[in-house]
Write a protein that binds this ligand. Sequence first.
Ligand code: SF4
Length: 189
Amino acid sequence: MNKTDYNKLFKEYRRGGTLLLHVCCAPCSAGVMPRLNGFNVVPYCYNPNIDTLTEYNLRASQYAKLGMTPIIEKYDHGEFLNAVKGLESEPEGGERCKVCIQMRLEKAAEKAAEIHADLFCSTLSVSPLKNAEFINAAGARLGEKYGVPFLPNDFKKDNGFLLSTQNSKSAGLYRQTYCGCEFGRTPTH
Ligand code: SF4
């Protein structure tokens, strides 16, 4: 992450700038939202990677416990399955995850442009299994493509992951034991 860019963007927009925040789940959001005080945060839930509609709805229902009302995209797991075809047996953190993360960031960038947000970013980097460098590079590329700057971040830093687990517990959130897709169904998150 380029610290200068981060500080500049953070300073410039945190007094009410609109930040479209791609949310992967409520537990990760619980660790990220307290770090975004001062922004007008618009949470955006686009996660076709989640393996079943039941799980998708269960995760989506948790945001209300944090006082969040995200824009929730219609669930279409087929979009994800098509995108990762041939990469099913990749390990978590490998090529399949790169495609998965990029597709979610791209949709977030598109939505950020549509609602005329000042910035966009994602909660994804709060997970110890998500590479912030990759997320920031993909976000920066997509930000250029859609004309909305990506706020570079590594939300797991400074005990960000711990904050997400503590806040999830206090809010009584359902905390899943796997990332999302059927191919990464090992206890990870
Ligand atoms: S393990 Fe997680 S990040 Fe990787 S492809 Fe599956 S849902 Fe996406």
